[in-house]
Write a protein that binds this ligand. Structure first.
Ligand code: PAF
Length: 282
């Protein structure tokens, strides 16, 4: 596995792969890797010849400076894991390499960015859009792999790739969960033992709400019951729990009218903000 630090190094090494007509699979990450990331790498390996993973904690997508500073950084462990998983290249750029100047571009994602993560983390998707565009321009992968856990990010990136004609296929991989249902996330590393014990309530609430809806119960009654579940565990602060169309990210009030429906949620455990989602029809 080769560690690349600059755009020029990426161009030089992947240029050779391109000449040899190999398929380049790309997994962009912010590090603090877990089995969910390794699953993306595994899927990338099954679907491409050369695998490159990037590790860059992107400052422009954090609307909260403290969250950025506290984001777990485990580079040596990450490199070790990627080496064992059989990755060909890891791109670990400096901040200066990605942002030689502060970007002035503002991306308007329209309605998708007005709800949920977009509403509660203003500027977040602008930062994601900018860094993903930069990484796609640097790496020029044939296929790029993202996790379904960040469902709204997936919708935003699909829009970005379509609107700007990036020549890459976006491949979405299902969320990987711990045995108790907690979605794998780098932020889980920050949970203390007590918080970790109760964190699976998020997934329990999602599966409960899905079952209620599929049994014919109405959305507002279901959400009310979920809000009550969270109130009974005061260490949680529920931020949102919404029924949405997973392609357009419109808020829904029932299962009628579209088949791409998910429930998305965000909740705080202490200072740690966790997100998760569940699709209704698969
Ligand atoms: O999902 C993430 O880890 C990040 O948002 C991404 C796509 C690597 C951009 O910084």
């Amino acid at each position: 596995m080769k560690l690349l630090r600059t755009k020029q190094e990426v161009h030089r090494h992947l240029g050779i792969s391109r000449i040899n007509n190999t398929t380049i699979g790309f997994v962009p990450t912010m590090g603090a890797l877990h089995d969910g990331h390794l699953d993306l790498v595994k899927k990338a390996k099954e679907n491409s010849d050369v695998i490159i993973v990037s590790i860059f904690v992107n400052p422009t997508q954090f609307n909260n400076q403290k969250d950025f500073e506290n984001y777990p950084k485990t580079l040596n462990k990450d490199l070790d894991l990627l080496d064992k998983t059989g990755v060909d290249f890891v791109f670990v750029p400096s901040n200066q390499e990605i942002y030689p100047s502060i970007p002035s571009l503002i991306i308007d994602f329209g309605a998708i960015d007005k709800v949920l993560e977009g509403a509660f983390r203003p500027g977040h998707f602008n930062g994601v859009g900018i860094v993903v565009s930069k990484l796609l321009n640097i790496v020029k992968p044939h296929k790029t792999f993202f996790g379904q856990k960040d469902l709204q990010q997936v919708a935003i990136i699909k829009r970005l790739v379509e609107d700007l004609s990036f020549d890459t296929e976006i491949v979405i991989i299902p969320t990987v969960r711990e045995a108790d249902g907690l979605a794998m996330s780098s932020r889980n590393l920050r949970l203390d033992d007590e918080q970790r014990k109760i964190a699976p309530i998020i997934y329990e609430a999602l599966t409960f709400a899905k079952d209620e809806l599929l049994a014919g119960n109405n959305w507002f009654g279901t959400r009310g019951k979920v809000e009550q579940m969270f109130k009974e565990e005061p260490r949680f602060r529920l931020e949102y729990f919404e029924l949405i169309s997973s392609d357009r990210f419109e808020l829904l009030e029932s299962l009628k009218g579209t088949s791409n429906i998910a429930i998305c949620t965000a909740a705080y455990l202490g200072e740690i903000r966790l997100i998760d989602n569940i699709s209704i029809f698969d």
